[in-house]
Design a protein around this ligand. Structure first.
Ligand SMILES: CC(C)C[C@H](CC(=O)NO)C(=O)N[C@H]1Cc2cn(c3ccccc23)CCCCCCNC1=O
Ligand SMILES: [Ca+2]
Ligand SMILES: [Zn+2]
Ligand SMILES: [Zn+2]
Length: 166
């Protein structure tokens, strides 16, 4: 949660995202897309994936020191981080590639669940002390169906419910 370096919300309703390193795994694509869809449904925002040029939300898998002031820490520990809304690094979301990312629920960490947490930050949400919230600071596997708590929906609505009169 590095939103102290950015503003509080995006001033537009269509945000773009792209991977800085195209991963062969089509599963990664659909898990990332599903995580964006969770927030799109709750916020009214639209997410468009770019394959060239820079996007609002650059999605990157990296290990250890990777060009920002928040180096990753190898397997386990910190799983990912994201910057709050804004220009440049704003919105950028990094996943620790030393983790075992999975689409399932058994071994490793579920990329969909982690991405949903990180994209919450990318949209301007902070951590929640409520263990039922997707913004709770520690990982727990949860069903895609009830990923967002009522608090999460209320918080994202408070930021984006009315289309921005740009
Ligand atoms: C919410 C999540 C998707 C993103 C957060 C980071 C975050 O808030 N990003 O926006 C995260 O990685 N939390 C750690 C917090 C954490 C738990 N432990 C740690 C041991 C060392 C360092 C950190 C941790 C105890 C051992 C378990 C380690 C594996 C799971 N790690 C976590 O749950
Ligand atoms: Ca780690
Ligand atoms: Zn977080
Ligand atoms: Zn980073």
């Amino acid at each position: 949660d590095y939103s102290h370096t950015q503003g509080t919300r995006w001033n537009k309703n269509v945000l773009t995202y792209r991977y800085t390193r195209d991963l062969p795994r089509s599963a990664v694509d659909s898990l990332i897309q599903s995580a964006f869809n969770v927030w799109a449904r709750a916020s009214g925002l639209t997410f468009v994936r770019l394959r060239t040029n820079s996007a609002d939300i650059m999605v990157e898998f990296a290990t250890n020191a990777h060009g920002d002031f928040y180096p990753f820490d190898g397997p386990r520990g910190t799983l990912a981080h994201a910057f709050g809304p804004g220009l440049g690094a704003g919105g950028d979301t990094h996943f620790d590639d030393d983790e075992r990312w999975t689409a399932g629920e058994k071994t490793g960490f579920n990329l969909f669940v982690v991405a949903a947490h990180e994209f919450g930050h990318a949209l301007g949400l902070k951590h929640s002390r409520n263990p039922a919230s997707v913004m709770y600071p520690t990982y727990k596997m949860s069903r895609p169906s009830n990923l967002l708590s009522r608090e999460d929906v209320a918080n994202i609505n408070a930021l984006y419910s009315k289309p921005f009169l740009s």
